[in-house]
Design a protein around this ligand. Structure first.
Ligand code: PAZ
Length: 357
């Protein structure tokens, strides 16, 4: 889902004369819900996208970090999982004042990363800047501000006794992960940052062969404004309505599966708000991209129910009200072990048949 804060969208294309300057004013075209929109030409290929967009400046430095992380853990015989987390943005202007955001706090990704680490995986945590992160997530949310857990007296500052056990346990895991060097965090903001970083990471991780898993929980924009059509400066509000026309973001799962990292075990997420659409869209994705699992979730119930869908199976993980509300079990503690089991089967099958999938 996509939200545009404070900006009204309408459905006619036009360009706009502001202060004698011609500004590109995009128009909204999101299919059936916008009857006046032009017919969709479909997404450009990933190849065309990468050839016509500029890579983020941080890419070479991040590539180096990924390379040495992967080399080290491959050498030490660890499996690697790339977890994507949080939402991507779509800027409306090159000098960005406004942008469209995608819903995701990063809870799914950050929580899952902790469980992968506990199970011995090395984790590349590719997350939206300032979204939740493993370990710190327990205290960084406004409802869980760390100041609420502290008290001060003449001896200094302390954690309040009621919270010591939990904080000690989180801190111990955090320090152990730091010591082991099993967590690499990399951030993105825009969908462009995300696409370039994912491709770069996948091409490096591909040397892990079947020992790599992808856990694609980020909420990635479906529509964007191509660089050559974007307004350089802040779009002016003087003329009233803003009309947006957006292209479809290329479907990079296909080259990810087929070209960038063909032997990895790939899990994607599908978020819907209509229950009936979830299995249909999940199966469509599996068929279209040929990866191993889609985890389907509904916006309002995502913390207690998910569906795991493969080409020939469908199962559900559901927390009971007792588990959810009283024991505060996190559903990721059930999702991750199940995926690790399936990853092991994948590795075994690939070894037996000499080919994967
Ligand atoms: O980060 P969060 O816990 O708030 O939300 C997680 C999620 C719903 C974004 C994730 O589980 C998901 O479904 N990601 C894929 C979204 C999509 O279909 O684009």
């Amino acid at each position: 889902p996509t939200a545009l804060n404070g900006t009204h969208l309408s459905s006619d294309n036009h360009s706009n004369e502001v202060n004698g300057q011609q500004h590109y004013v995009p128009s909204l075209s999101s299919g059936a819900s916008t009857p006046a929109s032009t017919a969709s030409p479909g997404p450009v290929s990933a190849e065309v996208y990468f050839a016509s967009h500029v890579a983020p400046k941080s890419l070479p430095e991040n590539a180096e970090k990924i390379r040495s992380f992967v080399d080290r853990h491959m050498h030490e015989g660890r499996r690697v999982v790339l977890v994507t987390s949080g939402g991507t943005t779509v800027p409306l202007e090159t000098q960005t004042v406004r942008f469209i955001d995608n819903f995701s706090a990063g809870t799914r990704g950050a929580t899952s990363a902790e469980f992968f680490l506990e199970e011995g995986y090395a984790v590349i945590f590719m997350h939206r800047q300032f979204s939740l992160q493993p370990y710190s997530r327990h205290y960084s949310h406004s409802r869980n501000c760390f100041l609420e857990f502290m008290e001060a007296d003449d001896d200094g500052i302390h954690v309040m006794p009621a919270y010591v056990d939990k904080m000690k346990s989180v801190l111990a895991k955090y320090r152990a992960t730091q010591k082991a060097g099993t967590l690499l965090t990399l951030d993105f903001v825009t969908v462009n940052d995300y696409l370039f970083l994912l491709r770069e990471a996948a091409q490096i991780i591909s040397k892990m062969d079947v020992n790599a898993m992808y856990y694609l929980a980020a909420a990635v924009s479906d529509f964007f404004i191509p660089a050559d059509k974007m307004s350089e400066h802040k779009i002016q509000s003087g003329d009233g309505l803003l009309n947006l026309s957006m292209d479809q973001v290329p479907k990079v799962l296909k080259p990810l599966v087929n070209d960038w990292t063909p032997k990895a075990f790939i899990v994607s997420f599908k978020l819907e708000t209509e229950e009936a659409l979830l299995p249909i869209k999940s199966r469509q994705a599996l068929k279209r991209y040929g990866h191993q699992i889609v985890i389907g979730n509904i916006l309002t119930t995502r913390k207690r129910v998910v569906k795991m869908i493969t080409v020939d199976s469908e199962s559900e993980i559901r927390l009971t009200p007792e588990e959810d509300e009283v024991q505060h079990i996190e559903i990721e503690s059930r999702i991750v072990p199940e995926l690790i089991k399936r990853h092991s089967e994948w590795i075994e099958d690939c070894g037996k048949h000499g080919r994967c999938g």
